[in-house]
Design a binder for this molecule. Structure first.
Ligand code: MRU
Length: 357
């Protein structure tokens, strides 16, 4: 794919160009990132977001840092640390930085090698996403067969499409594949407060791909499940511990509880880069991002004159708290849809499939 992906690409000048996800769904704009500081800011302010894409940008960020430093590995380490620490929960970020540094440690031409390694890393991620699409879609087909239904209703949380993971997404990848296979699929899209990645990004992606969907307020899922209107749930993840606990956007845990109570399959789609084998108890040890209270207190939208505005929706002085993620215990997860097939969310099964000792 040579450095050209849907959410980001190397432009003709050799710099990283990304879709500005803060502007969607109202405006499609791209931004060129030419320095490490710009890479770090784009990750922190969520111009780019979604675990996989953060890792992808970090890999190209190492290349950008090499361009700045030319052949100075010591300088590169300083900049790599800034990139590595730009967000705390999605492990794909740390994975990509560490992998790049490891590959580059004996390099005699940092710039050329970093570019080649970043492209290779991203091409491999794209391939994994295609595999997730196929394995996940096989599950969709089985559920349809078992239930003898014409339409499948899938609930998803946040955005785990191609804006979040190169190049088909994770949770949305099987849905795109289902559309290709001619399956009648309808998606319940959780709005995903406070930043509304479901309402703005997932709904935008599905509209672009002509996939039937309905946006719901975050608290609607439980009612839909009780009413027989959800056949399965698929989400992505930002970090999965060695025992199969899943960190994903805040609110995912509540959907998993409701799914369990209603006997609805709850799947989590992830590439290998989302595993953190160093953490054995995800509920206890996965670091949870704490973001600005303003993301809860203000909401962004477009007014009748087409102007994008942010408005306060709470009493000005009320405090708010904004945890970015929660952890769904492995016991609530029906299966992990990975690039190596479906895997039980269980320590031994994960070790077996991913061959870690
Ligand atoms: O804060 P965000 O928008 O980066 O969070 C994204 C999510 O939680 C996604 O569901 C997650 O990254 C899974 S898709 C890789």
């Amino acid at each position: 794919m040579h450095g050209k992906y849907k959410a980001l690409w190397l432009n003709d000048d050799g710099f990283l160009e990304v879709i500005d996800q803060k502007k969607l769904p109202f405006e499609y704009e791209t931004i060129v990132l030419k320095t490490t500081d710009e890479i770090v800011l784009a990750i922190k302010d969520m111009t780019v977001r979604g675990a996989g894409v953060i890792g992808s940008v970090a890999a190209f960020g190492i290349y950008i840092a090499c361009l700045e430093n030319q052949n100075n590995y010591a300088d590169l380490l300083v900049k790599a640390k800034q990139i590595r620490e730009s967000r705390p929960t999605a492990v794909n970020l740390m994975w990509a930085v560490d992998k790049m540094l490891n590959l580059l440690k004996n390099s005699e031409n940092l710039v050329d090698d970093a570019k080649a390694y970043a492209i290779k890393l991203n091409d491999e991620e794209a391939l994994e996403s295609q595999k997730i699409a196929k394995y996940g879609c096989d599950i969709i087909e089985n559920i349809l067969k078992q239930k003898n239904k014409k339409t499948i209703n899938i609930l998803t949380h946040c955005n785990a499409g191609w804006l979040a993971v190169i190049d088909e997404g994770t949770a949305l990848a099987p849905i795109y594949e289902a559309k290709k296979r001619g399956i009648d699929v309808h998606v319940w899209v959780d709005e995903t407060r406070p930043r509304n990645q479901g309402a703005s990004l997932t709904a935008w992606e599905l509209t672009e791909s002509d996939v039937k969907h309905t946006i719901i307020a975050d608290n609607t899922g439980g009612h839909l499940m009780q009413s027989g209107m959800v056949d399965m749930v698929i989400t992505g993840a930002d970090r999965v511990s060695a025992n199969g606990d899943v960190a994903n956007k805040i609110g995912t845990y509540l959907k998993a509880l409701a799914a369990k109570d209603n006997d609805i399959p709850f799947y989590v789609a992830i590439p290998a880069s989302t595993f953190d084998f160093n953490i054995k108890d995800g509920v206890k040890d996965i670091p949870i991002e704490l973001r600005s209270e303003n993301e809860v207190k203000y909401i962004k939208g477009i007014d009748n004159n087409g102007v994008i505005r942010e408005v306060l929706i709470t009493p000005k002085d009320s405090p708010a708290v904004n945890y970015g993620f929660d952890v769904t215990p492995a016991r609530l997860v029906t299966g992990l849809i990975t690039n190596k097939g479906v895997c039980e969310a269980d320590f031994d099964k994960i070790q077996e499939k991913f061959n870690k000792q």
